[in-house]
Design a protein around this ligand. Structure first.
Ligand code: PMP
Length: 399
């Protein structure tokens, strides 16, 4: 018999499964709110002008395709550090921060998870309840037990901060705590700056290992304000991990551009940690691909392209916010009694709409509108043409 004869079918990825169902739907007014991708007002994934310019220059230069260093290019890694920690960061100046180019935010979490397993094999990893579904899978596949800390409060549609803090206060020393640095996926509910300060102190008091996941820098309030959690941890003197991604902020999903940064106690420690992280990378994919990182570095390091990118990022941020306001207004106009104004307060691409699984199913069957069964919708999939239709459909199932 075949060596694969006994292999069972793995469960389908719930969100990718949604995409398949959407693609197979023949209704012309169908809308996919299930994705985690930014679409422009024409319903297209944008190729940013700053990216186009950097790609054109790179194509014309026709550079040779040698291997990159295991940790990626210094021009890229330095640019990442400046974005995350601030260009005047003492941690960077001291050489305390290790940054490696990773295959998207997912790859950064994977390298970080695998390295942590070597560093701290008996630790439990805690993720928010709920969280991006791949968090659990990545840390479990690294060999960790994964548990949750309270996060979302359906009653307030915000963060159950008392519950979160109480839980952090009872974790064992060395526990890894995965924190969404901004634009929480899937709920859109973020901590305030004061609450971040309390999280930092809880991590210090219990000896926890913070792992900040920053997949949406620039999608809430801007590049600098969205880094508030990273900056507070930076000022704390603690050691911590940051995974970051340019998939959304550069609209470079398929190029797989991200980074893992690790803040250590000093320069000597940084060198030793980097040497160990490089072993993890070497036995996994050896070294990162060139193109995406080179393009991002070219944009971030050239003042004109950088300004162009910041303006385009602001455009994406503003459009999402306009869709939040527009949806709430359209729902009101469609006669929905329920108060949806919380959608305006939520941040980033997503909103937990409080629609039930049955209502989500009804949106799909009656209107061809696809959302995640938890009620998560992607605001960046709304545009001036479909927002009225979506609002009427939600009004119809919510009454
Ligand atoms: N973390 C979170 C919270 C995310 O939402 C995502 C993307 N959906 C990632 C990490 C992964 O980012 P990437 O696509 O760059 O791997």
């Amino acid at each position: 018999p075949s060596i694969f004869a006994a292999v069972e079918m793995a469960p389908r990825d719930p969100i990718l499964g949604l995409n398949e169902a959407f693609n197979a739907d023949t209704r012309t007014d169908k809308v996919n709110l299930g994705v985690g991708v930014y679409y422009d007002d024409n319903g297209k994934i944008p190729l940013l002008a700053a990216v186009k310019a950097a790609e054109k220059a790179r194509l014309e230069a026709m550079p040779p395709r040698g291997y990159q260093p295991i940790e990626g290019a210094p021009s890229y890694n330095n640019a990442v550090q400046n974005l995350l920690f601030g260009k005047d960061s003492a941690l960077i100046a001291n050489g305390q921060v290790v940054t490696i180019q990773a295959l998207g935010g997912t790859g950064a979490l994977k390298v970080g998870g695998d390295y942590l397993k070597r560093l701290n094999p008996a630790a439990t990893v805690y993720i928010s309840d709920p969280s991006w579904e791949n968090h659990r899978a990545i840390f479990e596949s690294a060999g960790f037990a994964v548990d949750t800390y309270p996060y979302y409060d359906p009653a307030t549609r915000g963060v159950n901060f008392a519950g979160m803090k109480a839980k952090l206060g009872e974790l064992a020393a060395g526990s890894v705590v995965v924190l969404h640095a901004c634009c929480h996926n899937p709920t859109g509910a973020d901590l305030t700056e004061a609450q971040w300060g309390e999280v930092v102190e809880a991590c210090r008091a219990r000896g926890l290992v913070p792992f900040l996941d920053m997949a949406y820098q620039g999608f809430a309030d801007g590049i600098e304000p969205d880094a508030v959690a990273v900056r507070l941890f930076s000022a704390s003197g603690l050691q911590f991990f940051v995974s970051s991604s340019f998939s959304k902020s550069f609209s470079l999903y398929g190029e797989r551009v991200g980074a893992l940064s690790i803040v250590t106690a000093d320069k000597d420690e940084a060198a030793r940690v980097l040497s160990q992280v490089k072993r993890v990378i070497r036995t996994n994919y050896s070294n990162p691909p060139t193109h995406g990182g080179a393009v991002v570095a070219a944009v971030l390091n050239a003042p004109e392209l950088r300004q162009m990118w910041e303006d385009e990022l602001a455009g994406m941020r503003d459009r999402i916010r306009a869709m939040r306001v527009g949806l709430v207004e359209s729902l009101k106009a469609a006669g929905v009694a329920q108060d949806f104004s919380f959608v305006i307060e939520q941040r980033g691409m997503f909103s937990y709409t409080a629609l039930s699984a049955a209502q989500v199913e009804q949106l799909k069957s009656e209107f061809g509108i696809y959302a995640v069964s938890t009620g998560r919708i992607c605001l960046a999939a709304l545009n001036s043409r479909n927002i009225g239709y979506v609002a009427k459909a939600i009004a119809s199932v919510a009454k």
